[in-house]
Design a binder for this molecule. Structure first.
Ligand code: ATP
Ligand code: MG
Length: 584
């Protein structure tokens, strides 16, 4: 792998416009000034849950910036918290990143650096910059002070270097119980930034780790591990969300005071992992999180939704996990489009859910083949056609993309149409079928309704109509002006399909709002999932799992990636054709 910088403006003429957000500006300047010959970024998830749509923003930024500037991006599992981590998440995260269209230069684990972290901590002790503290968690809190009051020095702060080294070695040897001691940085208990008030660097935790087993009874704290992990990997631009802005002084403190780049001996433990023994001085840059209304986006809440059975698992198509969105029919391109549309800045904002849906519509409108499917069927008999009449009509797969070719759609005397395309007593402005009225059957001619058949309860169970023989496509009467066009499937040929009509999981804009003693559980949308049995044209049944279609006039649907088979088709509604929420 070469680190040579690639020219920045080498994009082909038809490439999308160059992105100009503040992070890309910084990267451009750092390359132009020669500060970096090549850039390196990383995406550092904690493997304690499935990725959600917010992570898509970080992934597209970390991997996108690296790709655009000829740099490299690592995938690093921030696995410093053994109790909460699970190999299931490690596999799913890799899957999600690849699905979004990215690949990593190198797959890393913070746990690969445990040896380096340990040597780094010893160096800080030797330099008088870290000490072993015997205060309990509660006492540490009491000593810390507040936003308005300075903290107090720990009574253990002046321990000798020798004693600190000895105690730290014994912590590492497993001599002390969980919580009995911590290793703390020796910075400034009066700092206006609470993160600098002698923060913990190591804690004791006798828990086995997925990668290192029982090797370590002590684990590094996030800020320390993260800063040094970036340094070890030679990360040039460490991109993270705004909540880490206040941690940046501590991040810089760790990078500068350990100075891995200037102390290559601290990198010796990398050898056993076959990793290069070089380090850099990373710069942390923060950007605002992606927030979308009508969603919850914290791993904790997503975990609860699954754990409490409020949804059907991590990949429930209503979930805002990447796995859920994928199963719902969101495409990687639609999520990348979302991140581009939202942009990168330091401004916190909440994106309207319709922006997310709009991105999917725009992607699928351009790419998804069209099919006909009837979700809530009503029988229509074309009485003037002979019994057993059967033909097949040719339809383009996509109205604007000839390259998608054509398909044959069977047509016969008995059709299924959408129940809602007929009204006995039409509302004002109605353009579809009424008793005695006409509408165009998509690609098949004009039908007039002559008879409405009802059951004893008065429910319409069948329509009988007359298909104008002069109105078939290609005939003279085909262009006769008729107000409405409706879709249909041939009853004899259509395939029964399970159709899952999904909608937003929450019915309020801020499901996180906990005022009035409510939680997001109280805001679940009871209409978020409805399953119906519909009829689809044969060509739709043949779909491969994860194939998306526009079911004409109905919405965008995807063949369910778990349950769909051509024999027993199952389709999920990804998004309706139009936004039905904001209009009210
Ligand atoms: P959560 O708060 O949902 O549990 P997290 O921040 O703890 O998420 P990590 O696994 O630590 O999840 O996140 C990995 C990366 O993804 C971090 O750099 C984090 O800043 C970024 N990230 C997480 N949520 C968002 C979001 N909503 N928008 C943009 N980036 C995000
Ligand atoms: Mg986190």
């Amino acid at each position: 792998m070469s680190d040579a910088p690639k020219p920045i403006d080498a994009s082909p003429a038809d490439a999308p416009p160059e992105k100009r957000d503040f992070i890309r500006q910084i990267v451009r300047e750092d390359l132009a000034s020669g500060k970096h010959a090549a850039i390196r970024t990383r995406f550092p998830p904690e493997p304690n849950g499935y990725l959600h749509i917010g992570h898509a923003k970080a992934i597209c930024l970390d991997f996108g910036v690296a790709a655009e500037f000829g740099g490299r991006c690592n995938l690093r599992f921030d696995d410093t918290n053994p109790a909460k981590e699970d190999p299931e998440f490690v596999a799913a995260i890799q899957d999600d990143v690849r699905w979004l269209g990215f690949d990593w230069a190198s797959l890393r684990h913070a746990s690969d650096y445990f040896g380096v972290y340990y040597l780094a901590a010893q160096k800080l002790i030797r330099d008088g910059k870290a000490f072993v503290c015997d205060l309990s968690a509660e006492e540490v809190r009491a000593y810390r002070g507040s936003l308005t009051e300075p903290g107090r020095n720990s009574p253990y702060r002046e321990r000798s270097m020798e004693e600190n080294l000895d105690l730290f070695a014994r912590m590492r040897a497993g001599e002390f119980a969980d919580g009995a001691r911590t290793l703390r940085a020796r910075i400034d208990m009066a700092s206006g930034n609470i993160n600098l008030r002698d923060p913990a660097l190591y804690r004791i935790k006798h828990v086995e780790h997925q990668n290192t087993g029982a090797e370590w009874p002590i684990y590094p704290m996030y800020d320390f591990a993260h800063a040094l992990g970036d340094a070890v990997e030679g990360i040039t631009h460490s991109l993270c969300t705004l909540e880490f802005e206040d941690h940046r002084p501590l991040y810089d403190w760790c990078v500068d005071n350990v100075d891995l780049a200037g102390n290559p001996d601290l990198l010796a433990p990398l050898e056993k992992h076959g990793l290069p023994k070089e380090a850099g001085k990373p710069r942390q840059i923060e950007f605002s999180r992606l927030n979308i209304n009508y969603t919850v986006m914290s791993k904790r809440k997503l975990t609860q939704l699954v754990g409490e059975g409020l949804v059907d698992g991590w990949d429930d198509p209503r979930m805002y996990t990447l796995q859920g969105l994928r199963r719902r029919g969101y495409t990687p391109a639609s999520l990348r489009l979302l991140v581009d549309r939202v942009g990168i800045s330091k401004q916190n904002s909440v994106i309207d859910f319709s922006v997310l849906e709009g991105c999917l519509r725009d992607d699928l409108d351009a790419t998804a083949p069209r099919r006909m499917a009837v979700v809530e069927p009503l029988k229509l008999v074309l009485a003037n056609l002979a019994e057993g009449h059967e033909e097949s009509l040719t339809f383009p797969n996509h109205p604007k993309d000839e390259a998608q070719g054509e398909r044959r759609v069977p047509f016969s005397r008995e059709l299924w149409i959408e129940r809602e395309d007929f009204a006995e007593v039409p509302p004002k402005g109605w353009k579809r079928l009424v008793p005695g009225g006409e509408a165009r059957l998509r690609g098949a001619g004009i039908v007039r309704i002559d008879e409405v058949v009802k059951d004893d309860a008065g429910t319409v169970i069948e329509l009988r109509g007359w298909l104008d023989p002069e109105s078939r496509p290609g005939m003279e009467g085909a262009n006769r002006k008729v107000k409405g066009t409706i879709h249909w499937v041939s009853a004899q040929h259509a395939v029964a399909a399970e159709i899952r009509l999904y909608d937003r999981l929450f019915s309020v804009e801020k499901p996180d709002d906990e005022s009035e003693g409510k939680t997001y559980r109280d805001h679940l949308n009871p209409e978020s999932k409805k399953t119906v049995q519909g009829w689809i044209e044969p060509a739709a049944a043949q779909a491969a799992p994860e194939q998306s279609f526009q079911f004409e006039r109905t919405g965008y649907f995807v063949a369910d990636r778990r349950d769909h088979t051509p024999e027993k088709p199952v389709f999920n509604r990804s998004v309706t054709l139009r936004d039905t929420w904001s209009a009210g």
